[in-house]
Design a protein around this ligand. Structure first.
Ligand code: AP5
Ligand code: MG
Length: 219
């Protein structure tokens, strides 16, 4: 029997569009391994690595991106240990230069684009709580943890992300428009972009699930 090929996907969308939330559903249902550039950067910031110190102020206070070469190297390094794994990239690529760096090594099967109105997003991010070690996210109104302030799986404390202040969120949305939207056009041109529009993750998810059921059956 021929070996099934590896499935490689990317999830894109503005800050707070639900990339982390949808990625968790995809991981659970389809077994793809999620790799989140934001989670990796936050782990580096927390551990005070050289990389973490380099990007901390930029990410937390300015809402700016990490330098392309730094983040591309970091992600491509992680992907080397996932050669035989179906994967889902969350938060990378975020510029056309990053998309080209990825393309030089791997071809992407599908790009899932979460198209969520910007107004919806601002309200969400201020009520988000995160379990930093795993990247699991909760929302006090939408999907609260079983015990307030604690992660469901580990009982460890949840925190609010340093870049979820109104000022930094506004800046992150601007950066998305100028630097990341061109990546959507790039993937549209390659015929791999699948856009899902809506204001609620719970309503968008069944469409993504049906889409991936078909896609993954084909590989
Ligand atoms: P990253 O961690 O990737 O942040 P982001 O893109 O800003 O996205 P978020 O993680 O904030 O949101 P999400 O789309 O995952 O939404 P979530 O599921 O949490 O990056 C952080 C920073 O790192 C960047 O700003 C940049 O500086 C740097 N960086 C990362 N990658 C980089 C790269 N490639 N190059 C350079 N720099 C890079 O959902 C949001 C909230 O909404 C949650 O609380 C959720 O529960 C809630 N929610 C979901 N659905 C609903 C609903 N229906 N109703 C109410 N609430 C809902
Ligand atoms: Mg996220």
């Amino acid at each position: 029997m021929a070996l099934r090929s590896i499935y490689r996907a990317v999830i894109m969308g503005p800050p707070g569009s639900g990339k982390g939330t949808v990625s968790a559903h995809i991981t659970k249902r389809f077994g793809l391994k999620q790799l989140s550039s934001g989670d990796l950067l936050r782990a580096n910031i927390k551990a005070k690595t050289e990389l973490g110190l380099l990007v901390k102020y930029r990410i937390e206070q300015e809402g700016q991106l990490a330098p392309d070469d730094v983040i591309s190297q970091l992600i491509l390094h992680e992907l080397r240990s996932m050669e035989r794994t179906d994967w889902l990239l969350d938060g990378f690529p975020r510029t056309v230069s990053q998309a080209e760096a990825l393309d030089n090594v791997y071809s992407v099967d599908t790009v899932i684009h979460l198209d969520v109105p910007l107004q919806t997003i601002k309200e969400r991010l201020t009520s988000r709580w995160t379990h930093l070690p795993s990247g699991r996210v909760y929302n006090v109104e939408f999907n609260p943890p079983r015990v307030a302030g604690l992660d469901d799986d580990t009982d460890e404390a949840l925190v609010q992300r340093a870049d979820d202040t109104p000022e930094t969120v506004t800046q992150r949305l601007k950066v998305y428009e100028t630097q990341t939207e061109p990546v959507l056009a790039y993937y549209r041109g390659k015929g791999v972009l699948a856009t899902f529009s809506g204001t609620e993750t719970n309503k968008i998810w069944p469409h993504i699930q049906a889409f991936l059921d078909k896609e993954i059956a084909l590989v």
